[in-house]
Design a protein. Structure first.
Lengths: 170, 170
């Protein structure tokens, strides 16, 4: 009796573990309407950004990598949009560098003259929290911390980026 | 004449020095070879290209990672230091062999338990099969005692009569 109980117990635990793993692997990105996972990004220049400290601001989180070809066309556009909102002071742009090497990442930022804060996704914790499937992916978060737009793949233009931010601003 | 001889000796000495310098540099062997790099790379997996070891992966991301390994080796880092660097940067999942701690133990235990459990079930299955075979064989001498063997002649007779009645009624 005890032996049977052990066997069944072991099998149930095994199936639960496998099921949870399968469920997590099948889940897509965190979606629109969900609270954005909180995280701390330490930029390449050493400043720290925790997104929960920026309630009241719109936050744009862009996942990218220097080896990602499709990230390049949108890099300049994101910088241009960041510059256009800079004087308002209520739109924060954060670049999360996914599975990259620092020298190449810094060269990329230099090439595309990106000035908003960017930092490495250490231990891939941020990308796992957002369950991204690749790069580029961009999440727009409203003043209350909820995700209002998920961009899978690159933005097509400056207007395209603005169209996902402007409705959140006064 | 003596001056000329001294000058000649100096020229020969300087020439010898010039030829020795590159020999000395190559003898140090400070430049890691591809084999050195791949010996570490094959123990790592880039999260971008799942299931392809770093030494066999042709993507730009993996190429950059191999470049990092080469740089670190050239700086005199040990294999463990380099692997730890990658774990710190990208997490445990980059290791071909996960560290034996916490939840990772499942990776080592579950296959072993399944192998032993499967072997045990096969053994029991074969044994039951052989026993059933022996019982059904007319030459079987070690038939298992069943509940029917405890019935008296009288009981058997009653059952047979009952069965006859029922089959006659149909």
């Amino acid at each position: 009796m005890m032996k049977k109980l052990l066997i069944w117990g072991g099998l149930i635990i095994l199936f639960v573990v496998l099921g949870v793993g399968l469920f997590r692997s099948q889940q897509g990105q965190v979606g629109i309407g969900e609270m954005a996972p909180d995280f701390e990004l330490v930029s390449f220049s050493g400043e720290s950004y925790r997104i929960s400290d920026y309630r009241g601001s719109v936050i744009v989180i862009n996942f990218w990598a220097s080896w990602c070809e499709s990230c390049k066309p949108e890099a300049r556009d994101l910088e241009a949009v960041y510059q256009s909102y800079l004087s308002r002071g209520d739109v924060l742009f954060l670049g999360v560098d996914y599975v990259d090497t620092e020298p190449e990442a810094l060269a990329y930022l230099d090439e595309f003259q990106v000035t908003y804060p960017n930092g490495p996704d250490l231990r891939t914790e941020i990308s796992q929290a957002f369950r991204i499937r690749g790069v580029p992916e961009t999440f727009v978060i409203d003043q209350n911390g909820f995700i209002t737009h998920v961009q899978i793949g690159p933005y097509m233009s400056v207007e395209h980026i603005k169209s996902t931010i402007d409705p959140l601003l006064d | 004449m003596k001056n000329q001889l001294t000058r000649f000796r100096w020229i020969v000495f300087v020439l010898l020095l010039i030829t020795l310098i590159p020999m000395g540099a190559s003898a140090q062997g400070s430049d890691p070879t591809d084999d050195d790099v791949n010996a570490i790379a094959k123990q790592l997996y880039c999260p971008v290209c799942e299931n392809i070891p770093l030494d066999a992966c042709g993507t730009t991301a993996c190429e950059q990672w191999r470049g990092i390994i080469r740089d670190k080796l050239a700086e005199g880092w040990t294999e463990d230091q380099i692997k730890n660097y990658f774990v710190d940067q990208y997490g445990d999942r980059v290791l071909a062999e996960p560290p034996r701690s916490g939840f990772n133990w499942l990776v080592y235990i579950v296959p072993l338990v399944m192998f032993v459990g499967g072997g045990f079930m096969l053994y029991r299955g074969f044994r039951a099969w052989r026993e059933a075979d022996t019982e059904s064989s007319p030459k079987g001498v070690s038939r298992k005692k069943t509940e029917n063997d405890n019935l008296s002649e009288e009981d058997i007779q009653r059952i047979e009569e009952e069965l006859k009645k029922r089959s006659g009624g149909l």
